[in-house]
Design a protein around this ligand. Structure first.
Ligand code: 5GP
Ligand code: ZN
Length: 141
């Protein structure tokens, strides 16, 4: 594990955390700077920087834990909904370079924004450009 990774140190128990879930592959704990009560981070125990670095089995375990924990987190804080999201890479705002999914409980009239508010300048793409992008993604899979 990278010695200076905060999340690896949390998994190892070297930095305390408010742990909410742990299995062989996944660790989940409350965000130290919560955007809402119950704001939870779900991480692979092994160190991978971005989603693309995750092997398939670790990705499956991670999503499975997110899937199971999200309604539990919502219920624990009587939330009306949640945003579940990854900052994936530095340009997206990822500050801790160890993959982590955020579960952010949301409440009616909490004054927050939907995930659509993330983008800075939004592009004005023609139908042809959309076709081209879709084809590039399809062909690269
Ligand atoms: P990012 O911007 O990388 O997606 O989010 C990193 C998150 O980790 C932030 O929401 C931040 O509050 C949280 N965080 C950073 N350091 C610690 C820590 O030492 N303990 C806990 N529990 N959360 C942390
Ligand atoms: Zn790490």
């Amino acid at each position: 594990m990278p010695e200076n990774c905060i999340f690896c140190q949390i998994v190892a128990g070297d930095i305390p955390s408010k742990t909410v879930y742990e299995d062989d592959s996944v660790f989940a704990f409350l965000d130290v700077n919560p955007l809402a009560p119950g704001h939870t981070l779900v991480i692979p125990k092994h160190h991978y920087e971005t989603l693309a670095d995750l092997p398939e089995d670790a990705a499956t375990d991670l999503f499975s834990a997110l899937h199971r924990l999200t309604p539990v987190v919502e219920d624990a804080v009587a939330a009306d909904a949640s945003n579940v999201a990854f900052n994936n890479g530095e340009a997206s705002g990822q500050e801790v370079p160890h993959v982590h999914g955020h579960i952010i409980p949301r409440f009616d009239d909490d004054g927050g924004n939907p995930i659509h508010a993330i983008a800075g300048r939004t592009p004005d793409l023609s139908d042809e450009e959309l076709d081209e992008i879709a084809a590039d993604i399809r062909d690269a899979r």
